[in-house]
Write a protein that binds this ligand. Sequence first.
Ligand code: DC
Length: 226
Amino acid sequence: MTGKPAPMIAIDGPTASGKGTIAARVAGQLGWHLLDSGALYRLTALACLEQGIPADDAAGAARAAAALDVRFDAHGVSMAGRDVSADIRREEVGNLASQVAALAPVRAALLDRQRAFRRAPGLVADGRDMGTVVFPDADLKIFLVASAEARAQRRYKQLIEKGFSANLLTLLRDLEARDARDTQRANAPLAAAPDALVLDSSHLSIEQTVAQVMAWWQERASVPRA
Ligand code: DC
């Protein structure tokens, strides 16, 4: 790559820690691009479901990942011209996403697609390995955490608001299982980058969390980049 890459903020953390919401708000405030990397794994999972590719078929899932015909816009995400914004949020799709995301060929197939989002004026990317693998030179790395109970509550509220049925205890168990899978997998496990700032949002509102990220960014941005 020639020249300095566009500035970027990487926000990683466990499922339902609020990364997506925080990343979208920060990107909105800065007027930057947004990458919801989890959506790419969810889209891969949805493609596998629809094409009958089993979760342990690494080559098949990687082919599906490489062939994704995706479009992100202000209204949501579409796959092959069909709006799948609601479909990819289904718990079944999220659980399968966590399984296909453990496959190295799938991660490799999605790497360049993710890096292509880094364009001027800047990028806010959220996921599990934004600061560790995909954008190790990110200007600011945040590791957003919240207790499993707080995250289960948030996801419950989110699902109910969207008109889905949900059970709090089942959600908590699913979250813990997904956390375990995401942190214990061999490929790009969920982990804070050594230079990430850890932000615990269990007792913070969305506004307070966004304000903290923005304050850290203002601090960072006031120091000239190397
Ligand atoms: O953030 P999310 O719940 O939409 O992510 C769905 C799944 O994708 C999650 O179980 C882990 C995986 N994922 C990943 O492995 N790496 C990322 N950068 C983002 C998501």
